[in-house]
Ligand binder design. Structure first.
Ligand code: UT7
Length: 322
């Protein structure tokens, strides 16, 4: 049986920085409230005309370069996004066109903030079953496009960005295990209540916005992420101390700290970007992972736990040897 291993990482953030001070002028909020309740100090916002595929391409190219592969070696593209450029084709296909690839499967995954974990697991399974040898896995979002900029409960939280990895077939892990879950009973706690089949007029009028019951989501997220840590370690007969790095979804520093406590890992071994990126949904884990690989914190053979929680609810983890 083959395993997959991450051989290259890349990421991209739009140029425009939106600070808490600027948000103070837009809605009734304060830098103090945002920092103490969420840990976010600033986030990036895509420029007009800069779309999810643009961000995805700018994350994918450095990942391809870091892996030292030829773009034509890619035989699978899986792209996680909640903010696709178009209803169809999939943003993965738009990216495929940019990369001048022809014929390999390319599709999007919609699992909101857990999207990258879902995408990585799916791509890993293609490689394990020898249906692919070299996959490009991307998390890319222009979440700013589905934000109600008059709703202080959500507009301070999110940002735009993209991250990517190349995974390739090898004889040893690599990705050790993945654990995916969803529970549709909570759909109304975190949603954009409009789409193609329902309330399309809101999409047309630019009023399809994120709605969230923040404190309810918070409680379920903390409990669920604690459980996924236990599930992942137990499945591999591993101890908490075997994990070198935690790369969590970046929704809220308090949720991240609670998961780190559960894992008994010091915050020095948790990759945190929420202060500078905000919550970039499916992009947050690959953005954080790329940052820590490139600055030398995450090293070859380190054991890394990625975990995420998001709309659906969806949640999951990937345990890997880098
Ligand atoms: O990534 C997908 C998953 N998403 C998450 O995991 C997000 C989970 N939720 C959270 O991170 C937190 O619940 C929030 C950061 C969204 C909110 O923090 P909280 O500590 O749960 O606050 P809250 O919603 O209970 O609101 C506390 C107060 C309220 O005022 P009252 O009712 O106590 O008078 C809110 O109206 O804070 C108020 N508030 C704000 N005040 C200033 C809400 N948003 C703001 C704001 N600025 N931006």
């Amino acid at each position: 049986m083959k395993y997959s291993r991450i051989t290259g990482t890349g990421s991209y953030l739009p140029e425009k920085i939106l600070t808490n001070a600027e948000l103070e002028r837009m809605v009734e909020t304060s830098d103090d409230w945002i920092v103490s309740r969420t840990g976010v100090r600033e986030r990036r916002i895509a420029a007009e005309g800069e779309n999810t595929v643009d961000l995805a391409e700018r994350a994918a190219r450095p990942a391809i370069e870091a892996a030292g592969i030829d773009t034509q070696d890619i035989d699978l593209i899986v792209l996680a996004t909640t903010t696709p450029d178009q209803v169809f084709p999939a943003t993965a296909c738009l990216l495929q066109k940019r990369l001048e690839l022809h014929g390999c499967p390319a599709f999007d995954i919609q699992a909101v903030c857990t999207g990258f974990v879902y995408a990585l697991d799916v791509a890993d399974k293609f490689i394990r079953t020898e249906s692919a040898k070299c996959a490009l896995v991307v998390g890319a979002e222009t979440f700013s496009r589905i934000i109600d900029w008059t709703d202080r409960a959500t507009c301070v939280l999110f940002g735009d960005g993209a991250g990517a990895v190349i995974i390739q077939a090898q004889d040893a892990p690599g990705i050790i295990s993945s654990h995916l879950h969803a529970d549709g009973q909570y759909t109304s706690l975190l949603e954009v209540p409009a789409g193609v089949s329902q309330s399309y007029d809101k999409v047309r009028n630019g009023q399809a916005y994120v709605r969230m019951g923040g404190s309810e989501v918070f409680k379920v997220a903390v409990n669920t992420l604690g459980q996924i840590v236990d599930e992942t370690l137990a499945a591999n007969n591993m101890q908490k101390s075997d994990v070198t790095w935690l790369v969590p979804h970046q929704a809220n520093i308090r949720i991240i700290a609670a998961t780190a406590r559960k894992l008994g890992i010091s915050m020095d071994h948790v990759v945190v970007t929420v202060d500078r990126h905000g919550n970039t949904s499916a992009a947050s884990i690959p953005l954080a992972f790329d940052e820590a690989v490139r600055d030398g914190r995450i090293k070859r053979d380190d054991t890394v736990l990625m975990e995420a929680f998001g709309g659906g609810f969806t949640w999951g983890s990937v345990l890997l040897k880098y």
